[in-house]
Design a protein around this ligand. Structure first.
Ligand code: 5AD
Ligand code: SF4
Length: 491
């Protein structure tokens, strides 16, 4: 007699790295419950949509998707459909009102309940909804203890903070993801130690505003008498002569993580320019494992627009911080986020953005057309909205300026030998593998016999384009912790 076939799940993820990492947790939970990953919707018993609402009208897309899933469910009534993530947190019960065939809805603070909610919906035959609001007292807000199914062993996202205490006028994140909560220092260090012991060589520390990491930790410990717990939360070293501070800074965390044995690349995203401190730059300059890459979202170049956005810096201040970072960190790559068409943006405001972007000399930038997000301050300024055609034209002009500096930065690397951490085969070309430099640059190079993800390779750069580099393989090192060079090309 053969065993009953295992139940399967299919996960679709929208949005940022936070969501990608939440999906890894969802996969870990579902696999822990005995389910296996399916290839697609058609062969899945459970379909989970992990949603995002930061930049676009994801609503229409979601309901379109759910309409399609309803047709599948009409054919296969046992199919379970679940919606999690930011849009679920924001819309709460609206999802099941508009799509009553959805079995389970959860928010951003209770990913860990996914398995239970699906089980309850399955057992009762009724839809379930559970959305939590994280509070500052809530140590459980961190789903860090949840099982994680990572696609790759060699690289890992590590959440250090959730939520955001800023109030950028365009941004829905604070209202959806809640106030900033820093994850206890000791917990983060321990997770990275465990990852390193399991072969992870690269970690990316994740938060909405990583530079303010730790700001809430001492507040949360007010009245705390358990010193062991205190040390765990704030990092044991916070009170040493070397670092006599009442709370840890992001720089302390970055340094301690970078010094963990086996960790060779530490990345982080995203810092806020107003909170970028010299201590962070110093750690980037002195710790060899911290990648020379700074993602520093500018958003706009006009001081008038920056003030309307409540960004807390002027263009001159931004450029000063950038210059200080470049002076301190050798061969620093700088990337950015920029919005065009913010309500009230004039042609001369936009031209200032072009000037500042050109002066910043970015390696790349994510550029966005402003989209009004419900409940945000900027969305209320309906009489100052920029016509779509004007925004599209500005977007195109900005793209040209960004690509010009990206190409120049990439051309400057021609002929250099770069150390690449391989990510896998190129999506377009069999026989070509892709990986990244320490600066985060994508490099494609031909390799006979595929190099597995996680391989280290020395590659000479032979071609530069705005969004990638190409090169030729000089040597590979298969085992990251024992860097034996195996030359494959003479000279
Ligand atoms: N419209 C366009 N872009 C936005 N971003 C955030 N909110 C909006 C919005 N309403 C962009 C910002 C931010 C990035 C993550 O998304 O540039 O840095
Ligand atoms: Fe949004 Fe500003 Fe917070 Fe970033 S810092 S998540 S843009 S409110």
């Amino acid at each position: 007699m053969s065993a009953a076939p295992q139940k399967t799940f299919y996960l679709e993820t929208f949005g940022c790295q936070m969501n990608v990492h939440d999906s890894e947790r969802l996969a870990g939970i579902l696999e822990g419950d005995g389910l296996v990953a399916a290839e697609g919707v058609e062969d899945a018993d459970v379909v989970v949509l992990n949603t995002c609402c930061i930049r676009e009208n994801a609503d229409n897309k979601l309901y379109g998707h759910l309409g399609h899933l309803k047709a599948v469910k009409d054919r296969r009534p046992d199919l379970q459909i679940a919606v999690g993530g930011c849009l679920a947190q924001k819309d709460r019960d609206i999802i099941q009102q508009r799509a009553p065939w959805v079995d389970a809805v959860w928010g951003t603070h209770n990913v860990g309940r996914a398995g239970d909610l699906l089980a309850t919906a399955g057992a009762t035959g009724s839809p379930v909804l559970e959305i939590l609001d994280a509070t500052l007292d809530d140590d459980e807000a961190f789903p860090s203890a949840l099982p994680v199914r990572r696609d790759q062993a060699w690289t890992a996202w590590v959440t250090i903070q959730i939520g955001c205490d800023n109030n950028c006028a365009f941004c829905i994140v604070p209202s959806v993801r809640g106030p900033e909560i820093s994850r206890p220092f000791g917990q983060i260090v321990r997770e990275v130690e465990d990852l390193a012991a399991a072969g992870t060589v690269e970690v990316t520390l994740l938060g909405q505003n990583v530079n303010s990491y730790g700001r809430d930790l001492t507040t949360r410990l007010r009245g705390e008498v358990d010193w062991h717990h205190h040390a765990e939360v704030t990092g044991a070293a916070w009170a040493t002569a070397e670092r006599p501070r009442a709370r840890p800074l992001f720089a302390d965390l970055l340094r301690d993580v970078a010094r963990i044995d086996g960790i060779r690349r530490v990345r982080y995203t995203s810092p806020h320019p107003k909170d970028l401190r010299p201590e962070t730059i110093e750690v980037m300059a002195t710790e060899s494992a911290v990648c020379p890459h700074l993602h520093l979202p500018l958003q706009a170049g006009s001081d008038r627009i920056l003030a309307l956005m409540h960004r807390g810096y002027t263009a001159a201040r931004y450029l000063e911080k950038l210059a200080a970072a470049r002076a301190a960190v050798a061969d620093l790559a700088v990337t950015s986020d920029i919005i065009v068409g913010f309500p009230g943006e004039t042609e001369s405001d936009f031209e200032r953005t072009l000037e500042v972007v050109a002066e910043a000399g970015y390696d790349s930038a994510y550029t966005f057309i402003y989209s009004p997000r419900p409940g945000t301050e900027a969305a209320g300024r309906t009489d100052e909205m920029i016509p779509a055609q004007v925004a599209a034209e500005r977007f195109e002009r900005l793209r040209i300026v960004v690509e010009r500096s990206a190409l120049a930065r990439h051309q400057a690397r021609l002929g250099r030998t770069e150390e690449i951490l391989v990510e896998g085969p190129s999506k377009r070309d069999a026989g070509v593998v892709s990986g990244r430099t320490a600066q985060g640059k994508l490099v494609h190079f031909p390799a006979a016999g595929m190099l597995p993800a996680g391989t280290w390779a020395d590659v000479r750069i032979t071609r530069a384009a705005p969004h990638f580099l190409a090169g030729e393989l000089l040597a590979v090192t298969c085992r990251p912790s024992h860097r034996t060079r195996i030359p494959v090309v003479a000279g």
